[in-house]
Design a protein around this ligand. Structure first.
Ligand code: ADP
Length: 500
């Protein structure tokens, strides 16, 4: 099957979060299953800085955006580790910027325009490259216009007749909401600006557009697929419930060729399930040094890596850190970037207790890996979590996840309850309520287990490290959804032909 993956970020070329890891890894897994994926993504400044090898193509597009016409080009590369081609949409006015979507907490004002351009460029590239495409796999609001463009403008054009679209939701809270006049940028008729299609309470909503026009929808864990149809739908729960027959939950996988402590080149020591005790001890000492914390091999070290956004539960973390900051028997290492108020809070805690709290405000892939390897436990008390990749990386790196039971965290982490311990499924610690007391009790339980029940701790680490969260299984599920969409399209076409 020929699958076009449209994504606003792709590791290792550009990344702000899990979406990049998914669109960097899924193509390789699809190729392993015998399919032909191609990826489309913007040519950001980050892509050039990543050292990607970029081949020119002779494709130039002229895209109407409102009353102007914007010119763009296509460059070609390859996803490392697979032969999957990746096409970069080059338009320096839109994409040659310091960041991907925002600077200093402020979204770029022309985000709608930028991603309308990107979506239209992809639709044109299919024709200009004469690309065989069976499925367009769209990801998040940045590509939400594509299913509408296909249905409304392209479906009857040669080469587009049989294309079906899948809309994957990586995070329901980011919907691409823009004021109504941005409808003009899409180039689509105002008749589509109604509450059943592209409008959401008077605004243009590109996520909703994708959900309404796509042939099928999925999100990145079964639990989150349920949650977004009720309390985590961010206003679109009704739309999702209406489409529940075509809504799937497929958990993300891990690319173990990139995330494996046995081969990770950024670690002070490589290790596997057979020799992690020594390997992790070396990595722990290294990360303590890196963050200026005293070398304390037996003090539980709590690691956190992630966007400093409300979603990730930083208010709970702040609360428990305040309560615990004067405790001598715990250390924290934190890497993140995001909302300024959390920057200030973390900097304050690190100043207060530099021997207990190590903080780095920024984005660093090597450091993220060193924390995954060097910490004893990895904290993810998320308010909501569509899938979460860090807990899956933590399992592989022998770092015990402490999580709130939501979304993909609930689907992947089994609490160290007596029952789960005795049947061998326990791989972490979890709690239910979004509440600092519950987090504190759970962290305490984890620290107590680490300090006093070393055999249990070793079992938790072993269980996590042995689990297989590779992409193969998830990629098979994607293929089955692609095929299901094609069958449904076929049935619909036959039905239409018999009625004519
Ligand atoms: P989300 O996509 O919601 O941000 P995920 O857990 O799905 O969360 O994925 C986050 C990915 O981004 C992980 O690979 C994580 O290591 C990485 N990441 C997040 N923040 C940072 C940072 N400050 N430095 C390095 N990597 C980061």
């Amino acid at each position: 099957m020929n699958i076009l993956i449209a994504s606003s970020e792709v590791a290792p070329f550009s990344k702000t979060g899990g979406l990049a890891d998914v669109s960097g890894a899924l193509p390789g897994a699809l190729r392993q299953l015998g399919h032909q994926p191609v990826v489309f993504t913007p040519l950001y400044r980050q892509v050039r800085q990543s050292g990607a090898v970029l081949e020119p193509t002779d494709v130039t597009f002229e895209i109407p955006i409102g009353s102007k016409v914007m010119i763009g080009h296509l460059l070609k590369g390859t996803i490392p580790g697979s032969d999957a081609p990746v096409y970069f949409v080059d338009q320096p006015e839109y994409f040659d910027r310091a960041q991907l979507y925002q600077e200093e907490g402020q979204d770029y004002k022309d985000n709608c325009e930028r991603f309308v351009f990107f979506s239209r460029a992809i639709m044109e590239a299919i024709r200009l490259l004469d690309l065989p495409v069976d499925v367009i796999h769209c990801n998040d609001w940045q590509t939400g216009l594509i299913p509408a463009l296909l249905r409304i403008e392209y479906q009857h054009a040669r080469g587009y007749e049989d294309i079906v679209t899948l809309m994957t939701i990586h995070n329901m809270a980011y919907q691409g909401h823009f004021w109504h006049w941005d409808m003009l940028l899409t180039g689509l008729d105002w008749k589509y600006f109604n509450w059943k299609q592209m409008e959401f309470w008077g605004n243009l909503n590109l996520m909703k557009t994708g959900l309404v026009f796509a042939d099928a929808i999925n999100t990145v864990s079964p639990r989150y697929a349920q949650e977004i149809q009720s309390d985590l739908g961010c206003g679109l729960e009704g739309v999702l419930r209406q489409r529940s027959a075509s809504l799937f939950g497929i958990i993300n996988g891990v690319d173990y060729s990139l995330w494996d402590p046995a081969i990770d080149p950024h670690l002070a020591a490589n290790y596997s399930v057979d020799n992690w005790t020594e390997g992790k001890a070396t990595c722990k000492a290294a990360i303590q040094r890196e963050f200026g914390l005293p070398a304390e091999p037996n003090t539980p070290l709590i690691g956190l890596v992630g966007r400093l956004a409300d979603q990730k539960g930083w208010d709970l973390v702040a609360d428990v850190m305040q309560r615990w900051v004067n405790r001598e028997n715990v250390q924290w290492v934190i890497l993140g970037t995001g909302e300024p108020r959390y920057h200030q809070m973390l900097e304050g805690l690190a100043r207060q207790r530099p021997d207990r709290v190590g903080v780095r405000l920024g984005f660093s892939d090597p450091l993220a890996r060193q924390i995954e390897a060097g910490a004893d436990m990895f904290l993810m008390p998320s308010r909501y979590e569509p899938c979460g990749l860090n807990q899956l990386y933590s399992l592989k790196y022998g770092t015990v996840p402490v999580v709130r039971e939501t979304g993909g965290l609930a689907d992947s982490i089994r609490d160290a309850s007596p029952e789960n311990l005795s049947n061998g499924t326990a791989n972490g610690f979890s709690f239910q309520g979004y509440d600092a007391d519950q987090l504190e009790v759970t962290l305490q339980r984890a620290c107590d287990t680490y300090n006093t029940r070393r055999d249990t701790w070793r079992n938790l680490v072993d269980t996590g490290m042995k689990q297989d969260w590779s992409w193969e299984n998830s990629a098979r599920q994607y293929v089955s959804v692609y095929q299901q969409m094609q069958r449904q399209r076929e049935v619909a076409r036959e039905a239409a032909e018999t009625t004519h």
